[in-house]
Design a protein around this ligand. Sequence first.
Ligand code: HEM
Length: 495
Amino acid sequence: MASTSLPYPSLQLQTPTQRSSNLPSRPFSRRLSLRPVSASVSGSPSDRLDYFYNQGRDEFFKSRIQKHRSTVYRVNMPPGPFISHNPNVIVLLDGKSFPVLFDVTMVEKRDLFTGTYMSSVELTGGYRVLSYLDPSEPNHGKLKKLMFFLLKSSRDRVIPEFHTSFTELFEKLESELASKGKGSFVEANDQAAFNFLARSLYGVNPAETQLGQDGPKLVSKWVLFQLGPLLVIGLPKLVEELLIHTFPLPPVLVKKGLSETLRFLLQFIDHRPRRSRENRSLTRRGLPQSLIRDLLQFLWGNENSLPKHDQVDREIRCQTPHTRLAEEIRTAVKSNGGKVTMAAMEQMPLTKSVVYEALRIEPPVPLQYGRAKRDMVIESHDSAFEVKEGEMLFGFQPFATKDPKIFDRPEEFVPDRFVCEEGESMLKHVLWSNGPETESPTVGNKQCAGKDFVVLVSRLLLVELFLRYDSFEIEVGRSALGASVTVTSLKRASF
Ligand code: HEM
């Protein structure tokens, strides 16, 4: 669990040897029978249509588990042939086989962040950004170190800037509720998250720059150009298939917006105080541009803002009586002089657990890939499979983190699942950061550099919510890039 002294306790700059824990491959348990990986590869677009429309993602994988009587099998993954030339992957759908994807001694992570295709580097200024780099590439370690530096150097701004940006969000929602009887959480959250990230990481308020309120719109468009081949955005099926699932969208259409956003960010990275010698030398070699793109990629790119809407929805709708959270949060803040501090947040076990449960039940980045570096054996709970060097492995994370052989009541949101020693011992099965929650990002692995930052701001969201309100009501629908959350009632704090 997090320490009380640093906001990001897991940041580590050492080059590690890779994961030590019980990886499923080599040597495999003799009691498991070794079997070939069976296939559902028709080669036709039917898999793609099943995945996007006829079955939907969960049913697509579930029905094939039943067909093959296995959580490990071969399948074609979208997008279409003009975007990805080889859609064939071995899919891993249980909590035992999935973690092989974290072991960079066994899998290569080069150019496969988005899966069986890579979006044009024109969208990232001609650079292969950090998410596409394997730890064996020299720039991976340099860029990740820079990310650690950036996160560490902005740590004092996180709590106050979160308060400022999310107070603006609540005020906006309250005024919409007063005038229209409801307010869009998603729209307000996009703006608040963008402002918070710019203010906390760069020390700048976008509203006082040329960018104004346009940041979230520009970034969403940029994300669509990269992740469009994997999304359903609600257009008629045929149009959507031709427009975003068959051919890549031309990067030139988004270039202007991207340049504006980058100009905004570059302006500030150049003026940041306390630049380290290392940061300066990287600047000369031109790395900050790619760092900035990495930031955007992760701050917005794969999860479309922080915190993710579906997560907020889970956190808000979970069975926890709002009063329990409000009591825990207000008591801890009171006993820390009325201030939200790291020490106060350590005294909130239920709040912490609710955040971990949200990340378990609906991991914000659900698809993970890795190419086998060598021949190996991968174990599921009941079989062992031979995999050849060069084969593409793909894990659909929600099936690993809702594995009934690991978690009780896996489909249920259990707010205090991770409270107490027994609960905490299950954190090794929470995998949202591309690694177990009990492990840390390093320059030698591919675990999310923002792991502790994300957990911290997710907790802060609950803290700010329950300091201000006793309870609230929302309506949830679907939208192209996640959920649409409409707030219909907010009850101000009464105790
Ligand atoms: C809800 C928010 C976030 C989620 C769910 C998330 C998830 C992930 C995942 C799954 C990966 C691994 C991707 C792969 O290789 O398959 C990753 C990598 C990464 N994340 Fe995050 N992330 C989040 C926010 C952030 C933030 C706020 C930052 C930085 C401030 C960040 C920085 C990074 C970096 C730099 C990498 C690449 C690590 C490497 O190449 O070694 N992420 N993230």
